[in-house]
Design a protein around this ligand. Structure first.
Ligand code: ZN
Length: 258
């Protein structure tokens, strides 16, 4: 990774936590908001912080969104979105003009890439359900990634004898059932009842409230990511392989149209 010339600490200094609108509405592609801060990195690149955002930063098993931020004064192409101390930072190339803090700006997401990540992320939760159905519980997830170049869910422990085609069959059954996918917020006490058996509960940080993604009648997983509203939007799930990794095994999957 490229060496960062400006510290994230300095960028977020004095700023409030960013309101992440994608947590309540993953489908918002455009936003009018205000630019709180601009920290140039070079003449043509810099970091922009807005009072709210529709762009998902890299992290939480998702790749970064990309898009544009601009107004009459400037246009910035957002290449990477990061989060530091609850502040979402948009790193971009300044294509014209220069960003002025305080100005009203329009933000817009590269929607095709984002929508594909939404399909992949919901598919990841469905594949996790298929794996648990096949193994019969007692499995600990270690990590996951829902985006290019390779989408996967990973589990700890010994490699299981799992058939990709059977995982695929169970997964696509859930897709066909067109089940509703939606977020709910619960506190720590409610958490254990809401997400019984969820793969990542053991490694959750201690928080006031947790956002849970529910796939109706399938599962409920603590998650900060962006999802489609109904499983039918995922398309066809392909389970490409189950392979051993250092800490356990990885289930690699993809989504195809229709
Ligand atoms: Zn998730």
């Amino acid at each position: 990774m490229r060496h960062r010339l400006v510290s994230l600490e300095r960028i977020v200094e004095g700023l409030p936590q960013t309101n992440k609108l994608f947590l309540t509405d993953s489908y918002q592609r455009e936003l009018e908001t205000s630019l709180l801060k601009y920290v140039p990195e070079s003449r043509k690149t810099g970091y922009l912080v807005t009072s709210e955002t529709i762009m998902h930063p890299r992290g939480g098993a998702q790749p970064s969104d990309s898009g544009t931020i601009g107004c009459d004064l400037f246009t910035a192409r957002v290449k990477k979105v990061l989060e530091h101390s609850g502040v979402v930072i948009h790193y971009g190339e300044i294509l014209k003009g220069s960003p002025e803090p305080g100005s009203q700006v329009r933000m817009s997401i590269d929607w095709d890439a984002r929508y594909r990540v939404m399909r992949l992320h919901t598919a990841g939760h469905i594949v996790d359900y298929a794996v648990l159905m096949e193994v019969g519980g007692g499995l600990l997830s270690s990590k996951a990634f829902h985006g290019p170049p390779e989408s996967f869910v990973e589990y700890m422990g010994r490699m299981q004898n799992l058939s990709p085609s059977e995982l695929e069959r169970i997964s696509n059954e859930v897709v066909r059932q067109a089940r509703r996918v939606y977020p709910v917020w619960v506190d720590r006490k409610e958490l254990q009842y809401t997400v019984r058996g969820a793969p990542n509960v053991a490694r959750l940080p201690e928080l006031q409230t947790y956002r849970i993604i529910v796939i109706d009648g399938v599962n409920a997983i603590p998650c900060g990511g962006t999802h489609v509203a109904e499983t039918s939007e995922v398309g066809r799930i392909v389970v490409k392989e189950v392979r051993p990794v250092e800490s356990g095994f990885r289930v690699v999957y993809d989504v195809l149209d229709g």
